[in-house]
Design a protein around this ligand. Structure first.
Ligand code: GCU
Length: 342
């Protein structure tokens, strides 16, 4: 084959390839990648819920969007992810309401200890748009909005060396809390020293003895391995802090109406799947912690814990008066769904 002929052939091949690409691009525009980040493992109800969300969106709009779910802090800690969602570098992330209070203080409400009388009251409040909608929308100026909530159960203390049977047992202990001023104040009232840090740092901090314990739902014992180090879990149940799925506000607003409908339905599915999975995940975690990791579950008298932290609610409602209508609306559900005896 002559050199000239080879060159012509090469040009023809390249033209064909580029032509094909151009044609492909004409008929099939590149998909928009939707990045979703969270800090849980791939077994966690939150991840399973997000996979159901991905499936639904792609079944309906798969030619336009490629939803990519990044678990396990792959996109950074929760605070990093919230900031990335604010700027639009990622579209959606899951953040505990605890850390969101620093972005808008109306979100302080769901961080108050013993706010909900029962998990039924908690669920009804979180499902009531007249309460949650204004709170979810409160951070639009900051670039993001809540699109649904996820169950994160109730939070209790767990420790390495010393079981917490009473408030006095917390005295002087270093306890990891989420990065929220409310949590720091709560620990001060309980006589402990609060060590705020990101979730991903807790295991090493426990193991190396930087902290004596932490507080979370039962899944942290198994899914995050904290039960390998902490052998006492005390059900004081001081908070029910929801996880909030947040999305970049400008991205949400820029979605064509029909697409937005699909995403909104996807958020509903995410909430339903996560909550259903949550019920079984917690009892499995408790069983595994007790029987495989040897964690002892303790049921202290809750009243002294409630009394010790009650000044916090008074202080917050006095300082942040806009929370009062929300607080009162929550009390109605508390009356309707009181704590169960025993
Ligand atoms: C729970 C919650 C997370 C949160 C974590 C924490 O696991 O679901 O959103 O990050 O607690 O204690 O930081």
């Amino acid at each position: 084959m002559s050199r000239k002929f080879r060159s012509i052939l090469m040009v023809l091949v390249l033209a064909l390839v580029f032509g094909a690409c151009a044609k492909k691009n004409e008929t099939k525009p590149a998909k928009t990648i939707i990045r979703v980040g969270h800090n849980q493992s791939q077994n966690h109800p939150t991840h399973l819920g997000l996979l159901a969300f991905e499936k639904y969106v792609e079944e309906n709009l798969g030619d336009k969007y490629d939803v990519q779910v990044y678990p396990s802090e792959l996109l950074g800690s929760q605070i990093d992810m919230v900031q990335l969602t604010q700027t639009g570098a990622i579209n959606i992330c899951v953040a505990s309401n605890a850390i969101l209070e620093t972005f808008n203080d109306v979100r302080e409400i769901f961080n108050l200890p013993y706010l909900f009388a029962s998990s039924e009251a908690y669920h009804h409040v979180m499902d009531d748009p007249s309460i949650v909608k204004p709170i979810f929308e409160s951070t639009r100026d900051g670039g993001f909005e809540g699109v649904c909530w996820l169950d994160a159960g109730s939070r209790s203390f767990y420790t390495k060396d010393k079981p917490i049977n009473s408030v006095a047992d917390l005295k002087g202990l270093k306890i990891r809390v989420q990065q929220s001023p409310t949590n720091v104040k709560m620990m001060n009232l309980l006589g402990s020293s609060a060590s705020p840090m990101g979730f991903g740092e807790v295991y090493t901090a426990l193991q190396s003895g930087i902290i004596d314990g932490a507080e979370n739902n039962e899944m942290a014992l198994t899914d995050n391995g904290h039960g390998e180090v902490c052998k006492y879990y005390s059900y004081d149940m001081h908070q029910m802090v929801p996880d909030i799925v947040i999305a970049n506000y400008h991205w949400l607003e820029s979605l064509p109406k029909e697409d937005r409908k699909v995403f909104d339905e996807g958020f509903k599915i995410l909430n339903e799947v996560q909550r259903k999975e949550w019920q079984t995940a917690v009892s499995k975690a408790k069983d595994k912690a007790e029987n495989e990791l040897g964690v002892e579950f303790i049921y202290p008298d809750q009243k002294p814990f409630v009394d010790a932290v009650s000044p916090l609610t008074q202080e917050v409602l006095k300082r942040n008066e806009k929370l009062i209508p929300f607080y009162e609306a929550i009390q109605k559900y508390n009356k309707q769904f009181p704590a169960k005896e025993g």
